[in-house]
Design a protein around this ligand. Structure first.
Ligand SMILES: NC(=O)c1ccc[n+]([C@@H]2O[C@H](COP(=O)([O-])OP(=O)(O)OC[C@H]3O[C@@H](n4cnc5c(N)ncnc54)[C@H](OP(=O)(O)O)[C@@H]3O)[C@@H](O)[C@H]2O)c1
Length: 277
């Protein structure tokens, strides 16, 4: 039986880490995952039963501009953590991404689909998966998609970008890229459950359902500021890294609630009080 106090989390000061309310939380100051000596020292000090590895370079455009940095944090960082997990006999939970797929499939990706990443963020996260699968037997690879969470302070992704534009009369959002929005809080809750059940293997942990960015933006506007206009645009409208058309994930096992329920809770509990109507 896993003792939640004996779980060590890396990258815990980020968006997802803000929902980890148990165990030993480390951040880039206390545990730089690219530094093998530091990783071994800290992991040997705490001797965790499990490591939740959240630390990553998550800026997709930065990863495309600087692939060496992406491979260092998202590849070598994982190798170091996996080495330490082996050393102390800890289970490793690696949070990966639907960005390991090429986006060409016309329905949601299952756990059986074969990764074929299109950009350097996806490639570096895929490298992390290969390392985990190659080195360890006792692991969980949890693929998430279009993460939201952390509120005003930590959320730097799509949901907060839309909320920060609510003072404009009109917002544009892409209607030909699809995904499965994932609430960081639900992800952490499900990881806790999987650890308690001593599960192993690959799990797709997006919130249930598939939608476009446009539908997410529309849901945010309707919940927080219904008088704002929304216009649909194509994926090519916004410049940036080589983004994929389809990042939707589905799982054999139903572990996550529908995205609308999760997003509604997030907007109402962490954002509504900040909005002036
Ligand atoms: N965000 C998404 O849409 C998304 C989607 C699917 C999967 N994921 C995965 O989910 C996990 C958590 O992501 P998140 O959304 O919480 O991202 P986040 O807010 O960017 O947090 C990542 C954390 O990793 C830390 N970090 C970066 N380099 C590090 C290093 N060398 N050593 C130790 N820590 C380091 C960062 O700390 P500093 O800020 O101090 O550098 C940051 O606190 C990641 O593995 C990510 O790949 C994210």
């Amino acid at each position: 039986m896993i003792d939640l106090n004996k779980i060590l989390t890396t990258g815990a000061s980020g968006m997802v880490g803000s929902y980890v309310d148990f165990g030993i939380k480390t951040d880039s100051e206390s545990l730089d995952v690219t530094n093998l000596d530091e990783v071994m020292r800290v992991v040997r000090q705490y001797r965790p039963q499990a490591i939740i590895h959240l630390a990553a370079e998550t800026d997709v455009d930065l990863c495309d501009r600087d692939p060496n940095h992406a491979y260092s944090v998202n590849g070598i960082g994982v190798y170091n953590i996996a080495t330490a997990a082996l050393d102390v006999g800890a289970k490793l939970v690696y949070v990966s991404t639907a960005g390991v797929f090429d986006g060409e499939k016309d329905c949601p990706y299952t756990e059986e689909d074969v990764p074929s990443p299109k950009n350097f963020y996806g490639r570096s996260k895929h490298l992390g998966e290969l390392i985990v699968r190659g080195m360890l037997k006792d692991y969980i690879i949890a693929r998430a998609c279009w993460m939201f969470g952390g509120g005003m302070e930590k959320d730097k992704k799509f949901v907060s970008k839309i909320i920060k534009q609510l003072n404009k009369p009109e917002i544009k959002a892409v209607n030909d890229a699809f995904g499965s929005p994932t609430f960081g809080k639900d992800l952490v809750g499900t990881l806790k459950q999987l650890l308690t059940d001593d599960a192993t293997g690959i799990f797709h942990l997006g919130n249930e359902g598939v939608c476009s960015r446009y539908e997410v933006a529309k849901f945010i506007i309707e919940t927080l500021k219904p008088d704002v206009e929304i216009t649909a645009v194509g994926l090519d409208y916004f410049p940036g890294a080589n983004r994929v058309k389809n990042e939707a994930v589905v799982s054999e096992v139903k572990l996550m609630r529908p995205w609308q329920e999760a997003l509604k809770e997030y907007l109402e509990t962490e954002w509504k009080h900040t909005i002036k109507n």
